[in-house]
Design a protein around this ligand. Structure first.
Ligand SMILES: Nc1ncnc2c1ncn2[C@@H]1O[C@H](COP(=O)(O)OP(=O)(O)OP(=O)(O)O)[C@@H](O)[C@H]1O
Length: 261
């Protein structure tokens, strides 16, 4: 995407963002309100930018005639994942497959595969409302992957998962990243360290840092006067600090009225 602008009323959420994502697992890191969800929503084609150009899988998302084609090839797990509680897991994931216009004959096996990949095969005929929060989150992951998407967008997917499930999910991310472009927003540095091939640090609506988890950790190893439990955390803090010291971030959070914070 180039020159991406996203506004929520008077707040500038993303400011002239230029970024591209290729195959692999991309971790989106950043403090609260940095703009991660805004970015993912634009990529998921559920929010329209105020300006800039977004191309997904070779299609310009500004061309509404092409959106259906893009959406069929996308998978998206929103932060606030909505579902029909009276549906069974199977019914719900099949419903999403239908929305994605998957061929009817291929749907039942694709649903079973997706549900098995998130470890819920034994609950496939349970109603979603009877599941725990972590299990519902896994249903959300299953619906995102049912159509074997080429672009996968996960907004805080590990929230609510227990430690064992997080480890399994990271393994799934690594697998998915071998054949798709996977973008994951997370607060957990461990997710990034374990599963991501690349890290994009967003701060105040701009890209503050891009690199590999290893390069962010190397930054943390050499950073002076920065606290954090591990090198990636220290690298995160050092990169944020450097970005803010350059002063451009102040511009990124200006409101349209010209007030700065
Ligand atoms: N619906 C909205 N109305 C008004 N402002 C909004 C809305 N959604 C987001 N914002 C603002 O836009 C900015 C970016 O928010 P966004 O949700 O994209 O950040 P985030 O990095 O995903 O944050 P978090 O880690 O807390 O989820 C913030 O300043 C936020 O307050």
């Amino acid at each position: 995407m180039t020159g991406l602008h996203v506004r929520h009323r008077k707040t500038v959420a993303l400011d002239s963002l230029d970024v591209d994502f290729g195959p692999g697992v991309h971790g989106l890191l950043g403090p609260n309100g940095a703009g991660k969800t805004s970015l993912i929503r634009v990529l998921a084609t559920v929010a329209e930018p105020a300006g800039g150009r977004v191309e997904i899988l070779g299609e310009d998302t500004g061309d509404h005639r092409r959106l259906g084609d893009v959406r069929r090839r996308l998978g998206y797990l929103p932060q606030d994942f909505g579902y029909y509680p009276g549906f069974t897991v199977r019914e719900f994931v099949a419903y999403v497959a239908w929305l994605k216009e998957m061929p009817a004959a291929a749907t039942p096996s694709a649903v079973e595969r997706a549900v098995a990949r998130v470890g819920l095969a034994d609950r496939i005929d349970a109603k979603v409302r009877t599941l725990s929060g972590g299990m519902v989150r896994r249903v959300g992951i299953a619906q995102a992957i049912v159509n074997a998407p080429q672009v996968l967008l996960f907004d805080e997917p590990t929230a609510g998962l227990d430690p064992e499930q997080r480890v399994e999910f990271r393994e799934l991310l690594r697998e998915l990243g071998t054949s798709a472009t996977v973008i994951v927003s997370t607060h957990l540095v461990e997710d990034v360290a374990a599963a991501c091939t690349e890290v994009t640090l967003v701060d105040e609506g701009r890209v503050a840092y891009r690199g590999t988890p290893q390069s962010l950790a190397a930054l943390g190893e050499t950073a002076v006067g920065v606290s954090g439990d591990n090198p990636i955390e220290r690298g995160y803090t050092a990169a944020l600090r450097a970005h803010r010291a350059h002063g451009s971030a102040a511009q990124a959070v200006r409101t349209l009225e010209g007030t700065a914070r």
